[in-house]
Design a protein around this ligand. Structure first.
Ligand code: MN
Length: 504
């Protein structure tokens, strides 16, 4: 029931290559090898908190992807994903060797790595949106999920406070996004790996219930499968696969918690998947199952005709099965099955014969823009931010990694006023991504902005009003200038000693 990735002992590049050979061209495999060489050299003297050489993390990230048969170009970027941030090799060098596409994926991963969730409830929704808006490319998220899954697998080596943050972030930010993108496989792994760190007691309790159920139901699924197999055959329906579905641990816990920990109130504890070649036969199979066992009222769901918001397609029914137990059947085609496991990632996934699914032909950028927009519209249950409003926002960072969101074309002065009005008033210069820039520069999403402050500065520059974009900055600048001119005006009536003397 619990999900984990089984890494081979002494994971090496050969494990990756062997897996890639099943679905990639020799030239693609060659590129992955070159990426490995570059990463291995660049990270040569680095170690993980676990004491392992750093390269193990990159091999593990790649392994997660190849075990899901994800496209070799994504694997190439995954192996290099920590190089620009953690080594002396630059993104430009990567671009020179591996091309703009791989480099752009790595840039995306580096950007996302800067986003940190510090557990402030009211920011969750914004952060999820930010994550999606910033990723720009869904392949970046695929890499980031694999990266995070390996980090979660080795979480015990981090100090407790960091452990907590990573686990929380995975549950609250990463998993819901994976779910929204229809990536059931990633969602399950992220949740089940983070679960014991976030809710250790509930985790133990859930495991105990699961084990008890498994013990009670020993051999039950096999008996059901036998009956279904026979009936489908007699009805002349060809099925591709028939297997018991393992429920993901964390989602099982969520249901248990909702049902007062009474497992007998959960109707999909036992579930069977029937994978069938074509859609017409899916409905036929549904009829066959209903002929054998009586369906539960209100539990027949046709997600093929009306997919779930995340694109999930399947026929579902729950029946009073052998010994009167409730059993859920999920009937779907192979294509639907891949999409349910991999969601949008199915576009970069190969089936067992090494042939890409037809969906691959859909241009990812278009597809993703649609999904992105959809998420931005549908995920807002905390506030009703309009897409237009949101779409024209950019996300910038303080050097500490806190997110400052601003309207498009906002300047370092806007940024400064959003931190504090005094930072704005005393602002004298700005560094964007470590380079000095002029104060009217338009900031971009992902920029790290450092404001240079002149303590002696008394007033903002009136010229700033021409370039700032936020109401906040404008009103602060105007107020301060007005206050100063009033002060000057008043002071012009107060003869100063100096004036008096010179006048005399
Ligand atoms: Mn990493």
């Amino acid at each position: 029931m619990s999900q984990r990735i089984d890494f081979p002992p002494q994971l090496s590049i050969n494990d990756i290559i062997q897996a890639l050979k099943k679905y990639s061209r020799p030239a693609e495999i060659e590129t992955v090898l070159l990426a490995y060489e570059m990463a291995n050299n660049a990270h040569a003297n680095q170690r993980r908190k676990s004491g392992e050489p750093y390269i193990v993390h990159l091999l593990a990230t790649a392994y997660i992807l190849v075990s899901m048969k994800i496209d070799a170009s994504i694997v190439t970027a995954a192996i290099l994903h920590d190089v620009p941030e953690d080594t002396t090799v630059t993104i430009e060098e990567i671009e020179k060797n591996f091309g703009a596409d791989v480099a752009s994926m790595i840039r995306g991963v580096t950007k996302l790595g800067k986003l940190k969730y510090r557990g402030v409830e009211r920011y969750i929704e914004n952060l999820r949106k930010m994550f999606v808006a910033m990723a720009e490319d869904v392949r970046v998220m695929i890499i980031k999920f694999a990266d995070r899954i390996h980090n979660l697998s080795t979480l015990q080596y981090l100090e407790p406070s960091k452990r907590q943050r990573v686990a929380l972030e995975s549950l609250e930010i990463y998993a819901p996004i994976a779910h929204r993108l229809g990536m059931g496989e990633f969602k399950g792994l992220l949740e089940d790996l983070a679960f014991p760190y976030m809710y250790p007691k509930e985790y133990e309790r859930t495991i105990a219930i699961r084990d008890q159920l498994a013990q009670d139901g020993e051999g039950y699924i096999d008996r059901v499968i036998e009956v279904v197999r026979k009936e489908l055959k007699e009805s002349g329906i060809n099925y591709i696969d028939l297997h018991g579905r393992k429920k993901q641990l964390y989602s099982f816990y969520q249901k248990l918690a909702k049902k007062n920990w009474e497992a007998n109130k959960i109707y999909d504890i036992i579930a069977l998947r029937v994978i069938i070649a074509d859609i017409a036969d899916c409905y036929a199979a549904l009829g066959v199952i209903h002929k054998i066992w009586k369906p539960l009222k209100g539990r027949i769901k046709d997600y093929t005709a009306q997919p779930k918001p995340n694109g999930y397609k399947s026929l579902h029914t729950t029946v009073f099965c052998l010994d009167g137990k409730a059993v859920e059947f999920q009937i779907r085609t192979k294509e639907m099955h891949y999409e349910a496991e991999f969601g949008v990632a199915a576009h970069w996934h190969y089936d067992d014969s090494g042939i890409k699914l037809p969906a691959k032909e859909i241009q990812w950028a278009k597809e993703f823009a649609q999904i992105q927009q959809d998420i931005l519209v549908n995920m807002a249950d905390l506030e009703d931010l309009k897409v237009d409003f949101f779409k024209s926002r950019i996300f910038t960072f303080t050097p500490k990694g806190d997110v400052i969101d601003l309207p498009e074309d906002a300047t370092p002065v806007d940024f400064a006023y959003h931190i504090h009005s005094e930072i704005g008033n005393k602002c004298s210069g700005a560094k964007v991504n470590d380079k000095m820039v002029s104060l009217d520069t338009a900031l971009q999403s992902g920029d790290v902005v450092e404001i240079v402050v002149d303590k002696n500065r008394k007033t903002p520059n009136g010229e700033w009003l021409k370039s700032v974009k936020t109401h906040l900055a404008k009103s602060h600048i105007k107020n301060r200038l007005r206050a100063n001119s009033l002060k000057d005006w008043f002071q012009s009536f107060i003869p100063t000693k100096k004036k008096k003397n010179t006048g005399g």
